[in-house]
Design a protein around this ligand. Structure first.
Ligand code: NDP
Length: 275
């Protein structure tokens, strides 16, 4: 019998997580199946309960359920507590355990796949939803010079920054219009705007000379990456590397071993390349 895992979200049809975990399972010889579950916006708790009742062992949680997953988990990892959002659930005798591997995935992609050191850099994080929550602490732990969180709903950005008030000299929250006149070394799009083809109201100047623009969305040309190129960013990248790295962290939690991400990332890039 194979152990059952799934990614749950809405939308979820675009998710590459089933493919990634199938490649990890093949590489490491693990007997597991991994599916995608589309839950209605008000149906997360029910879908979760049904999956557990059917013998599911673990789940990845994606848009828009990460904050709900945090509330439903009975125990949390320190990084999930820091984020108050959960992207990885494990089900066992101790009940529902919630973890957050997004931040570790982003930092591993930036450092090891893209060769970027975050230390001393000025970082702009656009968004204040579940994905943004997951990456604030791991980014701060890399000692940037400053981390500015900007969001369409400004209060959410200020509130998220306030949760890290012990590092208040480093982290602040604002709206997009407040970014006028400020440039950054690393600009991360953690909003879901790209999923609906929407642009962010970012001033052009945020893409400082030599900057790297990173869209967490993957597998499509996005308005954010176009804005970044037009704004003069030196390098632009999508979030496929983060996706593979956060998946590897989830796999490690569930199966106790870390898969080699490089061949899986290369395979996914090959599969998504135009013919
Ligand atoms: P949430 O629904 O929790 O948050 C959505 C965020 O996007 C909010 O900050 C929201 O702002 C903002 N937003 C949505 N639409 C717009 C818009 N048109 N203009 C400006 N801001 C907008 O989603 P998540 O945080 O869970 O996910 C965000 C994105 O990150 C998704 O696209 C997801 O696919 C991607 N992601 C990728 C990962 C990877 O591994 N590559 C991992 C995790 C997430 P407001 O508060 O004003 O509503």
């Amino acid at each position: 019998m194979s152990d059952r895992y799934a990614v749950i979200g809405n939308p979820v049809g675009h998710s590459k997580s089933p493919r990634i975990h199938a490649l990890f399972a093949r590489q490491t010889g693990q007997a597991m199946v991994y599916e995608a579950i589309l839950a209605p916006p008000d149906g997360f708790a029910r879908a979760l309960a049904e999956f557990i009742a059917a013998g599911g062992r673990g789940m990845n949680v994606t848009i828009p359920f990460k904050e709900q997953a945090f509330r439903l988990a009975e125990r949390h990892s320190p990084r999930a507590l820091g984020a108050r959002a959960v992207n990885t659930l494990a089900f066992g005798e101790g009940g529902i355990f919630g973890d957050n591997t997004d931040g570790a995935g982003l930092v591993r992609d930036l450092k090891f796949n893209l060769g970027l050191s975050i230390r001393g850099k000025r970082v702009l994080l656009a968004g204040a939803g579940g994905a943004a929550r997951g990456v604030v602490l791991p980014l701060l732990e890399e000692s940037p010079a400053a981390l500015v969180i900007a969001n369409r709903t400004e209060d959410k950005a200020r509130q998220l920054a306030a949760e890290f008030s012990s590092r208040a000299e480093k982290v602040s929250g604002c709206g997009f219009a407040d970014l006028s006149g400020h440039g950054f070394d690393l600009v991360i799009n953690a909003t879901s705007a790209s999923l609906s083809g929407a642009s962010l109201a970012l001033p052009r100047c945020v893409f400082g000379p030599g900057s790297l623009a990173y869209d967490m969305v993957y597998g499509r040309p996005t308005p954010f990456l176009r804005q970044a190129r037009e704004g003069g960013a030196a390098q632009v990248t999508d979030g496929l590397g983060m996706l593979v790295e956060q998946a590897a962290e989830s796999f490690l939690l569930w199966r106790g071993l870390r898969p080699d991400t490089a061949p899986v990332l290369a395979e996914l890039r090959r599969e998504s390349a135009p013919p």
